[in-house]
Design a protein around this ligand. Structure first.
Ligand code: HAM
Length: 417
């Protein structure tokens, strides 16, 4: 039996992986320009990190985590998202002691046991940012405008930016109460899951994909109708700041995210080009999470986008084969000995070089140089060596010239520049 990759987990290889690398390089550069530094955390964490942050009643914790016991009977989980691990790391490494404002970014694989389909996988990748220690709505707008600029830089101009506010511990209870009241009156029309949610976590009803539940949730109250004056001011300031930066957005009155840690600002970038998986990425404020995980009370805000979804939109544009600079054609053993030495001399000067070790015919080697799209071919065999020369062939113009062996490396580097 042939062993296959695990369902919902994909290999990424050339030429697609080249497009990934280019896009990831652009993302990293962009985040660094905005003052973020990279953080890498382990793929596996203690399960309690996610149950305590993402939330017991969420789909992620209830249905989607890859959780297992290790040999020491500890419950571990493949991270389903990046925020909780970053908070854990920031606290464990005391990063807030050295600087109470931390701006961190990551690009990393995540794992969720979801039903795979286009844009939805069981291993997927996120690029994300997390900011700690800034309460101001300037920061919320800063992140949203930064992402909008990133997407524009990548050539995505038709994304929609949706924003909302979930309020805080002062005003959310009133919102929650009004949702419970509205849901209770429609209990019979809700799916069994949502009937249970009414008591446990009524706001998760907004996530339900069931048709009848969706109809009901559309008409539920919005958190925006219950904001206390401080949350209202924060939301107004966010909108003003976005307008100041000419960042377009729409207010989505029922933008409810699939994780429990948010308060105040939540936002998403969406597209109409990916069918059901329309969220390119999402984020928001989580001012309570650092405290909940045992740290000092610290405001925080962040975002994560899905790399696979981004690549579905961008792959073709960034697709390109990595060009090979030189292929050395050595038709005999004497030529191979010299070509072998020269390949390493050139490679160590930063030139990409390939050559053939299997003693194929000159014609076969030329064919391979063509296939690899080499810019130049160097031909060295016994007859060239006897005359102290090598031949350089420009594969595009088909021009060929003889060059003294001692000048060959210099000549080829000159031609490449
Ligand atoms: P999230 O909305 O769960 O947020 O995920 C963010 C993005 O990851 C989604 O919008 C989507 O593009 C991508 N994504 C999620 N699940 C899958 C999947 N199964 N297959 C492919 N792509 C997927 C978070 O994870 C939060 N940690 C974001 C955040 C950062 N909030 C504050 N800071």
């Amino acid at each position: 039996m042939n062993i296959k990759s695990v369902k919902g987990m994909n290999d990424i290889f050339a030429p697609v992986v080249n497009a990934w690398s280019r896009v990831e390089d652009t993302i990293k550069k962009h985040f660094r320009t905005y003052g973020y530094s990279e953080i890498r955390t382990p793929i596996v964490e203690y399960t309690s990190l996610f149950t305590r942050s993402v939330g017991e009643a969420t789909d992620i914790v209830q249905k989607e985590m890859y959780t297992f016991l290790d040999k020491n009977q500890e419950s571990l989980t493949l991270r389903p998202e990046g925020t909780a691990p970053v908070v854990r790391a920031v606290l464990e490494q005391n990063l807030l002691n050295s600087d109470p404002t931390q701006k961190l970014f990551y690009l990393a694989p995540m794992f969720r046991y979801e039903r795979p389909q286009k844009g939805r996988y069981r291993q997927f990748h996120q690029y994300g940012v997390e900011v700690f220690g800034v309460q101001s709505a300037y920061m919320d707008a800063d992140i949203i405008a930064m992402l909008r600029a990133l997407y524009e830089r990548l050539g995505l101009t038709n994304l929609e930016t949706r924003i909302c506010s979930l309020g805080c511990d002062n005003c959310r209870p009133q919102f929650r109460e009004s949702v419970v009241k509205a849901l209770s009156s429609k209990k019979g029309e809700l799916c069994p899951d949502c009937q249970n949610r009414i008591e446990k976590n009524p706001l998760r009803v907004f996530d339900c994909k069931n048709e009848s539940c969706r109809k009901i949730s559309k008409n539920l109250p919005s958190p925006l109708d219950f904001l206390c004056s401080e949350c209202q001011n924060h939301f107004d300031a966010l909108r003003d700041n976005l307008v100041r930066l000419k960042t377009p957005f729409v207010v989505e009155k029922h933008l409810v995210r699939g994780l429990d840690y948010y308060n105040r600002t939540v936002f998403e970038f969406t597209t109409t080009q990916l069918g059901a998986q329309d969220a390119v990425g999402g984020g928001g404020r989580y001012d309570k999470l650092v405290g909940q995980l045992g740290g000092p009370s610290t405001p925080a805000v962040g975002y994560a986008g899905g790399t696979e979804r981004l690549m579905l939109l961008l792959e073709e544009k960034f697709l390109a084969t990595e060009n090979l600079s030189v292929f050395i054609v050595a038709p005999d053993e004497a030529g191979l000995k010299e070509g072998f030495r020269m390949a390493f001399a050139l490679r160590n000067q930063g030139v990409s070089v390939e050559l053939d070790y299997s003693g194929k015919s000159m014609k076969a080697q030329m064919k391979r140089a063509d296939k690899l799209q080499a810019r130049f071919v160097i031909i060295i065999g016994q007859s060239e060596l006897d005359r102290g020369i090598g031949v350089i062939r420009n594969m595009q113009t088909k021009d060929q010239k003889e060059v003294k062996l001692t000048d060959l490396e210099k000549e080829i580097i000159g031609s490449l520049n």
